[in-house]
Ligand binder design. Structure first.
Ligand SMILES: C[S@@+](CC[C@H](N)C(=O)[O-])C[C@H]1O[C@@H](n2cnc3c(N)ncnc32)[C@H](O)[C@@H]1O
Length: 398
């Protein structure tokens, strides 16, 4: 489906410009064909490695290729360290191989392999040997980061499930429907009646979202000024961690959360525990088939649209556009692809993750903006962010 509305399609270029652009495109295509032919020649590859000016580039690509071949080992070493609580064990200071082996009840020969790998990946650091003291292992820069980020730790553990589906990636690409570990985990993604999902079906993903939400909320809060609003409605708001974090910074903001009944119940419990019940309400239902709660001057969709296919998102955006008052705003925050400066792995990650889940895709900001305009929104723009790592943020006006 094309998401570019007819009325925003650019006018055709004047004929002269068209001819020049056509010539440039043809030249570029010929150059790329010539370069591809060169890259495939063994003799050229050997020459590029030997020639001093091309050698650094050739080496860089060789290292990158090796990295790609063995990339899985990084996440599996990380998983082993997390499952063994290795980082927690070292939080009070470095320990020797013998001490770690005893605490972990793992043979020192096996443990030494893991420690060697973890040191190579900056998860741990080798300390010593110093005079009279044997070698000990302490937290590395990345190990310390994992230790202090419960969301990252939860994602590392969750990836074991994704890895299960990815073990045969071609079979995964050929399979459709819900017979995948990830599709069962994200039960709403392929469910006909998501509102009927019970607590067991939503519990694990809701807990994972709650654990990883604080990092996301920080990025959103630093990119948009919520102080100009009175009432925030968070659609697909999960267990309410995002709203709770906004509430802590903006004590006068009224809060409404809408999510599937079993999830909304969990959010209501959280709000009660946080003393937020008086200024919040949790609406149980589906944002696609039930009415959108009224009264908010800001609606947020955080990590929601990318879970769904284009047709679903268009229906939701049209419905939101119809239900919003003129002065209200819509904030979409989620991972978007082709983000300069974000991790290059993100595009590959979300392409496969959402396929395994059985629904949705990560979009470019321009695609989402086109979809918003097609749904009737007058204005939509990408907000500036200091560090767009987890999500990018789009603001739209009806
Ligand atoms: C990926 S989670 C994001 C949760 C939360 N916004 C966050 O960022 O932590 C998507 C959320 O959308 C909810 N959801 C999915 N389909 C829905 C529907 N039709 N109506 C309401 N909520 C829905 C899910 O239950 C889940 O809580």
């Amino acid at each position: 489906m094309s998401v570019v509305p007819e009325h925003v399609k650019p006018l055709p270029d004047p004929p002269v410009l068209n001819t020049q652009l056509g010539l440039l495109a043809a030249l570029k295509a010929r150059f790329l064909q010539w370069r591809d032919g060169l890259l495939l020649q063994r003799r050229f590859q050997q020459w590029a490695l030997a020639f001093p000016l091309t050698r650094p580039l050739a080496r860089r690509y060789a290292v990158r290729l090796f990295d790609l071949c063995a990339g899985f080992i990084y996440s599996q070493v990380l998983l082993a360290a997390v499952r063994l609580d290795l980082f927690e064990m070292l939080s009070d200071g470095p320990l020797s191989l013998a001490e770690l082996s005893k605490r972990l009840r793992l043979g020192s020969d096996a443990l030494e392999r893991l420690l060697q790998a973890a040191v190579a990946l900056d998860l741990l650091e080798r300390r010593g040997p110093h005079a009279g003291l044997q070698t000990r292992y302490g937290l590395g820069m990345l190990g310390a980061s994992v230790l202090t980020s419960p969301g990252v730790k939860a994602m590392i553990q969750h990836h074991a499930l994704f890895y299960h589906d990815m073990a045969d990636p071609v079979a995964l690409l050929k399979r459709r429907g819900s017979d995948r570990a990830m599709a069962s985990y994200w039960a709403y993604a392929t469910s006909e009646n998501p509102s009927e999902l019970h607590d067991v079906a939503v519990g694990e993903y809701s807990a994972l979202m709650a654990a990883s939400q604080p990092m996301v909320a920080e990025e959103i809060l630093s990119s948009y000024n919520f102080a100009q609003h009175q009432h925030l409605l968070d659609l697909g708001g999960g267990e309410g961690v995002f709203l709770a974090q906004v509430a802590a910074r903006h004590p006068r903001l009224q809060l409404t959360l809408m999510d599937l009944p079993a999830v909304a119940k969990r959010a209501a419990l959280r709000f009660e525990q946080l003393g937020l019940s008086a200024r919040s309400q949790c609406v149980a239902g589906s944002f696609l088939s039930d009415p959108i709660p009224k009264g908010a001057d800001l609606i947020s969709l955080v990590r929601v649209a990318h879970d769904h296919d284009d047709e679903f998102v268009m229906r939701l955006l049209r419905k939101l556009h119809q239900s919003m008052s003129a002065g209200a705003r819509l904030l979409i925050a989620e991972p978007m692809v082709q983000t300069k400066g974000a991790m290059p792995v993100a595009d590959a990650y979300f392409a496969m993750y959402l396929w395994a889940m059985g629904s949705g895709r990560a979009r470019r900001p321009e695609e989402l903006i086109s979809m918003l305009k097609l749904a009737g929104f007058r204005k939509a723009r990408l907000l500036r962010q200091a560090m767009p790592l987890q999500v990018r943020v789009i603001l739209a006006e009806p």
